[in-house]
Design a protein around this ligand. Sequence first.
Ligand SMILES: Nc1nc2c(c(=O)[nH]1)N(C=O)[C@@H](CNc1ccc(C(=O)N[C@@H](CCC(=O)O)C(=O)O)cc1)CN2
Ligand SMILES: Nc1nc2c(ncn2[C@@H]2O[C@H](COP(=O)(O)OP(=O)(O)OP(=O)(O)O)[C@@H](O)[C@H]2O)c(=O)[nH]1
Length: 500
Amino acid sequence: MKMINQDTICAIATAQGGAIGIIRVSGPKAIEITSRIFIPAKGKPLTEREPYTLTFGKICAKKREINNTLSRKASEISQGKSDTSQKEESIAPLVEEVIDEVLISLFRAPHSYTGEDSTEIMCHGSSYILQQVMQLLIYNGCRAALPGEYTQRAFLNGKMDLSQAEAVADLIASSSAATHRLAMSQMRGGFSKELSGLRNQLLHFTSLMELELDFSDHEELEFANRDELSSLATHIEQVIARLAHSFNVGNAIKNGIPVAIIGETNAGKSTLLNVLLNEEKAIVSDIHGTTRDVIEDTINLQGITFRFIDTAGIRQTTDTIESLGIERTFQKMDQAHVILWMIDSTEAQRRFEELKAEVLPHCEGKKVIILFNKSDLLLATQKEELSAIFTDMKVEKLFISAKKRENITILEKKLVQAAALPEINQNDIIITNVRHFEALTRALDSIHRVQEGLQLGLSGDLVSEDLRQCIYELSEIVAEGGITSEETLQNIFQNFCIGK
Ligand SMILES: Nc1nc2c(c(=O)[nH]1)N(C=O)[C@@H](CNc1ccc(C(=O)N[C@@H](CCC(=O)O)C(=O)O)cc1)CN2
Ligand SMILES: Nc1nc2c(ncn2[C@@H]2O[C@H](COP(=O)(O)OP(=O)(O)OP(=O)(O)O)[C@@H](O)[C@H]2O)c(=O)[nH]1
């Protein structure tokens, strides 16, 4: 364990603006340091209290003493003659100032979120008060926590594995029922259990194969039954493939179902995006080719997040920047699950066959909705004519007016239907994390090589190498307490908020 964990850390754990603010303190001296700045209303000092209790009292600063001492310390440090043995006794008189009346909760190691001694100071939510309490704690020996440091400690102290720690961040960020459910299930360890199960089975086999190596002068000796190993590898491959595949759904839930809005220039794509997002995000103009790059944003419809992608209008162009944009339009279409194909109703027949040839190849396997926009400019008979022309296109069609907000609610309903995300049950295990997806993809590669190796009758040491690789990849995901590289940990925890 690194020395850094010997520090006692503190942080404001609540957002600004609430009535109550909470400061979390964790580490070996958490209770002692908190006790130094706290006077209970009655009864024993904090240090003598039972865990899982709340104590009412006041946070006091010895005001003048601290100000003097702090400025003296600061000037000493700047002059390079800081002497910590010199105590505040030399400064007088002591004036006690009540910073706030608070409640303090107490946890004793290992029974806390971090697994360390911890306290939580619940004060009034003024940022001045919170800052004063933080200063007092730091003056008395705490260090301000880094982002994610509490959860990192929980991980290092074996309270959770890495995938659970990552789920904590997802849980805090969750903004819909679906993202919440996924994060919750991951935090509660369903995913970890499944992976650890697989990993243990693989470990069992590698150890048998490695045992064979110890007896390599007896060539015929096989502790690890090849048929059993082969069927285990097949099973594991299926499980890993299923998990990796679930990323498709998981990613759509977490980051939004990608919906590309495509069509010719000036069809009204940006207008529609603004209407759907209820804001002026994309530039609307009657100049063709206004949207040259791709704009993305998300909305929540009936608990489903959609990620809208406004694309550059498709047309023949000699402008290099614009043709790059159009190329990206096709790329974005390929990533999308749903395609909203916008057609300017007043010009629908113009160039349509050409467009079809360009667009249709990118629509395969996707939900496509054709939107006849600017329908406010059409007569009823013209609508009928249009519908007739497009009858051979076996996709959903809808007349809308983006500008007049006509039929937008129906479009939203159609989007929800098109989302067609599978119902997620409590016990379903779905990957939402790119890091996990990548590790699983690599694990899948190595388990393929194991199967190949077995089929080719390769020697135990070669097969065992690929088995080890697969185990390593699975371990990277759950990574119980400390076997993960410093870099991976840094990447994960630095994205947390402070106080978590
Ligand atoms: N005030 C407050 N609210 C909070 C947290 C917190 O730390 N403080 N949490 C944190 O982010 C979450 C709750 N998480 C927690 C997880 C474990 C323990 C804990 O004391 N665990 C002990 C006892 C378990 C038991 O009794 O079964 C343990 O693990 O040994 C506390 C909080 C959400 N709400
Ligand atoms: N009458 C009418 N005009 C519309 C409607 N929707 C969009 N427009 C107008 O059509 C013009 C083009 O709209 P945009 O949203 O910029 O079109 P776009 O498809 O994003 O165009 P590019 O950026 O060139 O690809 C603007 O003048 C809009 O006001 C509609 O439903 N009815």
